[in-house]
Design a protein around this ligand. Structure first.
Ligand SMILES: [Zn+2]
Length: 103
């Protein structure tokens, strides 16, 4: 059961992100709320990254991204290192197995 105060806080942030309503006096004081918000923002950022097809930096949204072209396979996932030429941050794209070609 989620803390009702936390629920309300998350909802106000979601409303704010959606542009449906925003509390300018919103302050985050509970560490649990901070963690929940961080998780929410993270999942939002992940979805946004995938929606863009990985073509922009997840940190500064710059489109000048250097892909090293070296894809590594770990189990059923592939890792692909990327670097933003604008903010110099690095991250790893994760690709999952979706099927096969050939007979
Ligand atoms: Zn960047």
């Amino acid at each position: 059961m989620i803390d009702p105060k936390l629920q309300a806080l998350i909802q106000s942030v979601v409303d704010c992100a959606d542009g449906t309503g925003c509390d300018d006096d919103l302050t985050v004081t509970s560490s649990a709320a901070v963690a929940a918000l961080a998780a929410y923002m993270e999942s939002d950022s992940q979805a946004e990254y995938v929606a863009h097809g990985g073509s922009e930096c997840p940190h500064c949204h710059g489109e000048d991204v250097d892909y090293d072209g070296n894809v590594r396979l770990y189990g059923d996932k592939c890792h692909h290192d990327c670097k933003c030429l604008t903010c110099q941050k690095t991250w790893t794209e994760i690709y999952t197995l979706t099927g096969y070609e050939g007979e």
